[in-house]
Write a protein that binds this ligand. Sequence first.
Ligand SMILES: CC(C)(COP(=O)(O)OP(=O)(O)OC[C@H]1O[C@@H](n2cnc3c(N)ncnc32)[C@H](O)[C@@H]1OP(=O)(O)O)[C@@H](O)C(=O)NCCC(=O)NCCS
Length: 118
Amino acid sequence: MIDGIERIVGEARLVHDPETERVELALSVDDRWQKQGLGLALFDDLQRRAAEIGPVDLFGDTLRTNAAMIGLARRSGFALLATPGDWRLTRFQKHIDRSGILPSRWPISADPIGRLAL
Ligand SMILES: CC(C)(COP(=O)(O)OP(=O)(O)OC[C@H]1O[C@@H](n2cnc3c(N)ncnc32)[C@H](O)[C@@H]1OP(=O)(O)O)[C@@H](O)C(=O)NCCC(=O)NCCS
């Protein structure tokens, strides 16, 4: 809530393929809200939600030049790999199960459709 108006400052998505038990993620934070910890909060939340699906391989693809996303993924223990079929991209990937997931460090709550409030 900013000045009494609800605004979207970031978006995070998971897509689960039940046949392969792979989950693809994407996230973005509004430019004006970056470098304040929101990306890390969303990234942590995505990992927690992936762990609720079950043991899965969680991955995303980003441009090789995207230092912010690569830094965030590296910091969170993701392996960095070449993305098959596109030399411009880097894949970050991590096997996720409940064992490695810590309780949220953030006061996040989610409504029934998954909107998060800090
Ligand atoms: C990637 C993105 C989500 C990071 O969001 P953010 O809110 O700025 O990230 P945070 O402030 O939570 O930073 C968390 C960590 O990410 C890393 N990081 C963030 N910005 C970085 C940068 N410019 N260079 C290197 N590492 C960076 C750091 O490890 C940082 O931890 P630290 O501050 O303790 O060093 C954001 O830059 C973004 O939305 N970019 C555009 C969309 C995008 O590229 N999405 C990824 C494709 S899936």
